[in-house]
Design a protein around this ligand. Structure first.
Ligand code: ACO
Ligand code: KIV
Length: 513
């Protein structure tokens, strides 16, 4: 079995998904879970893009011990300096340096000749090598680049000390055979290729990210890059869990395996989904809610007789087995602490006590609190207190069929002032959102609204996900409550808080390009 390294870029390319803005504490939470999942490398961010991202990468670099921590940089001195500032404290830092090598990128984006691109990226690797021993070099848009030129640049950057060569399918354009052929071409024509590891990085614009990645693995790459749940720029990156389970299930075909703790798959997927506000489609491979649901009679009959008639994956393999410790009205702190450990939820003492209070309140309304309820509450109660934010204090909604709805609410503003406001709407949610808009004092546009229950049953918690735009900036928000309207209000406020956070970050650039 060949061991394939997993390079996770959920916190960088994944965060480039439209409308996803993670708080710093959420990024650290995901980083811990990625470490537990066993990723070999995690790309923690793009330090030069903002002071906030630099600080977040620095924080992750300071805490993660078992995975290499990488930071992205353009081929500029300022970007490399920012990456070094962020990563110098990491146990195993990696610089991820990139430059576009396709004719369209060089001519229109950089307005540079191929020779100028070659010179500037060689100079960047040379400069970076003073600080970083581990340098991954990426040829952005490699799959639309001229192969001879690509081979020349690769040889040049290896001579300067690059340790990993990544050939991304940046726009999701390539096909399985073409991508494998590109790696074979590079293996055959670049004299120093034996000195480095090769890496694949696929996007899903044409739905071919998984098959292209597997094809690259078949062609001998040492590492593949992807994100949890396949989130990422445009149609997303390859979903790590899909590639990992394909390798684990079809060892006979691929003869390759990852070092991932596959039993952490579901937990990692749920955490990323909750914190990014990007729901996993029910029919998604491996982690979708329906992935193990057999609906039709003939299938059910087969599964009852022998699961293998219709199941090629075992639920336990990806961590779907149900945990036996029930949490209810009479559970105490010890049981909840053990449950948090089981679920991989890391909280400081104050956060844990807030969660305990929220769980107790829920048990007044619900007999048995499920693992999903606890995860939803945990990620709703942690972290926000760190930075100034809007917070819902009270909510009153008046509704009668055939008439307009009215909302009165109290919001704590980021400066601590408590504001009471009222407004109407054609429905209750609209009335709530009009009221919040009045407090925030700027037009808010609701782009998407989705609601789901954490479990089945009338006493399930409601989880609301929204996408909101303020002044052309979009952000996602999540709200959890056992009342749908309160969850709706919380989700809207969460989106406002996230957009304000990004706006603050954007005015503090780290470097000039
Ligand atoms: C394929 C990928 O996913 S690459 C990663 C993409 N991720 C992101 O862009 C997210 C973070 N980005 C940002 O926050 C901003 O774009 C910043 C802070 C990095 C730069 O912002 P700005 O200085 O305003 O520049 P802007 O984004 O408008 O343009 C990018 C500039 O970088 C240059 N650039 C792009 N890639 C590279 C590279 N690899 N090496 C050197 N320069 C590059 C572009 O040519 C352009 O330069 P120009 O201003 O001289 O024309
Ligand atoms: C920076 C590179 C690796 C990238 O994200 C891409 O080309 O898609």
């Amino acid at each position: 079995m060949r061991r394939i390294e997993v390079f996770d870029t959920t916190l960088r390319d994944g965060e480039q998904s439209a409308g996803v803005n993670l708080h710093r504490h959420e990024k650290l939470e995901i980083a811990y879970q990625l470490e537990a999942y066993g990723v070999d490398v995690m790309e923690a961010g793009f330090p030069a893009s903002s002071r906030g991202d630099l600080e977040s990468v620095k924080e992750i670099a300071g805490h993660i011990k078992d995975s290499v921590v990488a930071g992205l940089a353009r081929s500029t001195v300022a970007d490399i300096d920012a990456a070094w500032e962020a990563l110098r404290g990491a146990a195993a830092p990696r610089l991820h340096l990139f430059i576009g090598t396709s004719p369209i990128h060089m001519e229109y984006k950089f307005r540079m000749t191929p020779e100028q691109v070659l010179e500037s990226t060689v100079a960047a690797v040379r400069y970076a090598k003073q600080f970083f021993s581990d340098i991954e070099w990426s040829a952005e848009d490699a799959t639309r680049s001229d192969r001879e030129f690509l081979a020349r640049v690769i040889e040049a950057v290896i001579r300067e000390g690059a340790t990993v060569i990544n050939l991304p399918d940046t726009v999701g354009y390539t096909t399985p055979s073409e991508y494998a052929d590109l790696f074979r071409y590079v293996q055959m024509t670049v004299p120093s290729i034996e000195k480095v590891k090769l890496s694949a990085h696929c996007h899903d614009d044409l739905g071919m990210a998984v098959i292209n990645t597997l094809s690259a693995i078949g062609a001998g790459v040492h590492q593949f890059e992807g994100t949890i749940n396949g989130i990422g720029e445009r149609a997303g990156n390859v979903a790590i869990e899909e590639v990992a389970l394909a390798l684990a299930t079809r060892k006979d075909v691929f003869a390759a395996e990852t070092g991932l703790q596959l039993a952490q798959t579901v937990r990692t997927s749920r955490l990323v989904s909750k914190l990014t506000g990007m729901p996993v489609p029910p029919n998604k491979a491996v982690v979708g809610a329906n992935a193990f649901a057999h609906e039709s009679g003939i299938h059910q009959d087969g599964v009852l007789k022998n699961k293998e008639t219709y199941e090629i994956l075992k639920p336990e393999m990806i961590g779907l087995s149900s945990n036996s410790l029930p949490i209810g009205k009479h559970s105490g702190r010890h049981a909840l602490r053990v449950k948090c450990e089981d679920l991989g939820i890391k909280l400081d003492e104050a956060e844990f006590l807030r969660l305990f209070k929220a769980v107790k309140e829920l048990t007044d309304k619900k007999k048995l609190v499920t693992d999903d309820d606890i995860m939803a509450l945990a990620y709703d109660t942690v972290g926000l207190a760190e930075q100034p934010h809007y917070e819902l204090q009270s909510l009153h909604v008046s509704y009668s069929a055939g008439s307009i709805s009215t909302t009165t609410l109290e919001l704590v503003k980021p400066d601590g002032e408590v504001v009471r406001e009222a407004a109407t709407g054609s429905g209750s949610v609209e009335a709530i959102y009009h009221t919040i808009e009045r407090v925030v004092g700027t037009p808010l546009e609701l782009l998407d609204y989705r609601i789901q229950s954490t479990t089945s049953g009338r006493d399930s918690l409601a989880e609301v996900y929204v996408k909101v735009a303020i002044d052309g900036k979009t952000g996602r928000g999540r709200g959890v409550d056992n009342d749908v309207l309160a969850a709706s209000a919380k989700a809207y406020i969460d989106a406002v808080n996230r957009i304000s956070m990004v706006t603050q970050r954007a005015v503090e650039p780290v470097t000039e390009a």
